[in-house]
Design a protein around this ligand. Structure first.
Ligand code: BES
Ligand code: MN
Ligand code: ZN
Length: 492
């Protein structure tokens, strides 16, 4: 998908979008066009109801010109999320009428949506709508729309629009990258391959990637992580990514841990067939982190970010850890294994301890497909987020408002800490209820005094069926929110 901002109505597009608010007429430089459209509006042919869509093909200048009329609903109810839906509809309609290049102008700007946000959305959504994962299929569904042009009516807006459009396209591309990683089956994306993909991204966008093998992970004393990894014949890889966008301020380092279980069978606490079938997606946190690191580096955000993925498989074998074992951790705390299926938190706490001790991270995020309980808590509508710091949390709330990836804050009440107490060890990983908070407060034990945000994407990183901006499979959730939160925290 090629996206650009243009200043004049050239003839480089074949399809033009006309957005109409309910009970409003339109005005255009082209008076003939204005007259015909307002005629249709006045005749009640097109009411401008939200989502109403019609397309026509007219011969103009001896070639077919396509118009897509789209209803925007009531002007004062228009907002970012509505524009996302509108753009998705436009792209689908464009494919239906075989458009190649669609001209769109930012809609509702200055009323309920900023020019910057509108432009970013128009640049971003088409690629997400167009996404498919068909590399393993012989029959591929082709779409025709390959280009989006965004009309800039005021020279003074050009710079804002060009940079928002660039940001939107890059974020969409990286969201798609994350989706691809999640959708890749576990036999094709072993920890070693995940590490290769990270290295490739780092080389391409300019961040350092260091990969630690099994022996080096053991040397780092990441005991909890190694316990999870050891059942598998496929070796783990610790992936460390460093981006220095604000090298003069190395006392300020954002550390992000992404869960990278490339397959989660549950271990000895084996999952059911239904519970296991999508467990190639248990590296959704790692995918989000990779997409975010790439976006941050490509868009040269002025911040220092270290990303860590403790990549491994959670398999079943005679070498594996058992339920009832007491294991160590890099931080020195002992953990009673209440469940071999609560493996994510074990890898994450070592990754977080590593971030603080070895990389001097001063702020901590973790993002993970951590608990089935996330579905029970909020469904697929929003991502549960926990934090030990109100002010710090505000940064991710603002980021989520921009990205449109909804989050909802869950509490870190002391009551939940009861379920991580063990009768024989310092902690237990076994699942108390509610699952989201039990996992969250377990991780909180390892963040020391750092401001921390915990993001449980178990529900939101996977779509069970086709939705407005994507198909069944990985959603790429988190890429955009992580990018925006780092940008919020940056030295702009
Ligand atoms: N990877 C799963 C969580 C998950 C479940 C992600 C469904 C996506 C969809 C995680 O490792 C896990 O198994 N969690 C357990 C926690 C329990 C053992 C405390 C769960 O969800 O049941
Ligand atoms: Mn598990
Ligand atoms: Zn898991």
């Amino acid at each position: 998908m090629n996206v650009s901002v243009i200043k004049t109505l050239d003839n480089s597009y074949d399809t033009r979008v006309i957005g109409l608010f309910e009970k409003e007429t339109v005005s255009f430089n082209d008076k003939k066009l204005e007259e015909s459209i307002n005629y249709l509006v006045n005749e009640g042919e097109f009411k401008g109801k939200f989502g109403e869509i019609e397309s026509i093909i007219l011969p103009i200048n001896e070639k077919p010109n396509k118009f897509i009329f789209i209803g925007l609903g009531e002007r004062d109810k228009f907002a970012d999320e509505k524009l996302r839906k509108i753009v998705a509809k436009i792209v689908n309609e464009g494919n239906k009428i075989k458009s190649k290049c669609i001209l769109i102008e930012p809609m509702g700007v200055n009323d309920c949506i900023t020019l910057e946000n509108a432009t970013r959305i128009i640049a971003q959504i088409p690629l997400l709508v167009d996404y498919k994962f068909d590399k393993y299929q012989k029959v591929k569904k082709e779409s025709t729309v390959s280009e989006i042009k965004i009309l800039c009516k005021n020279e003074k807006d050009l710079e804002i629009m060009r940079s928002a459009s660039k940001e939107g396209s890059i974020l969409a591309k990286e969201t798609v990258f994350a989706r691809d990683l999640v959708n890749e089956p576990a036999n094709a994306l072993l920890p070693v391959e995940l590490a290769n993909r990270a290295k490739e991204a780092g080389d391409k966008y300019g961040f350092d990637v260091e990969i630690y093998d099994e022996e080096e992970i053991k040397e780092l004393n990441m005991q909890a992580y190694m316990e999870v990894a050891k059942a598998s014949d496929n070796p783990p890889r610790l992936i460390v990514m460093r981006y220095w966008g604000d090298a003069e301020n190395k006392e300020n380092i954002i550390g992000i841990a992404g869960k990278g279980i490339t397959y989660d069978s549950g271990g000895l606490c084996i999952k059911t067939k239904a519970g296991m079938v999508n467990m190639k997606a248990d590296m959704g946190g790692a995918a989000a982190l990779l997409g975010a690191m790439s976006s941050i580096a490509e868009l040269k955000v002025k911040a220092n970010v270290v990303g860590v993925i403790a990549a491994c498989e959670n398999m079943i074998s005679g070498k594996g850890y058992r339920t009832g074992d007491i294991i160590g951790s890099m931080a020195g705390k002992t953990i009673f294994v209440g469940s071999t299926d609560a493996e994510g938190r074990l890898t994450l706490v070592d990754a977080i301890h590593y971030l603080i001790e070895k990389e001097n991270a001063t702020k901590i995020f973790d993002i993970a497909t951590l608990t089935g309980g996330a579905v029970a808590a909020l469904g697929k509508a929003a991502t549960p987020v926990m934090s030990n710091d109100d002010e710090f949390f505000n940064n991710i709330q603002r980021a989520s408002d921009i990205s449109g990836e909804k989050i909802w804050r869950m509490p870190c009440f002391d009551e939940y800490k009861e379920s991580i107490k063990s009768y024989v060890a310092d902690l237990t990983n076994s699942g108390g209820h509610p699952q989201v908070m039990t996992a969250g407060v377990f991780i909180e034990e390892f963040v020391q005094d750092k401001p921390w945000i915990h993001i449980d994407i178990a529900a939101t990183s996977w779509a069970d069926k086709k939705y407005e901006y994507g198909v069944k499979g990985g959603t790429g959730v988190g890429v955009r929110t992580l990018y925006h939160v780092v940008k919020n925290l940056s030295n702009k």
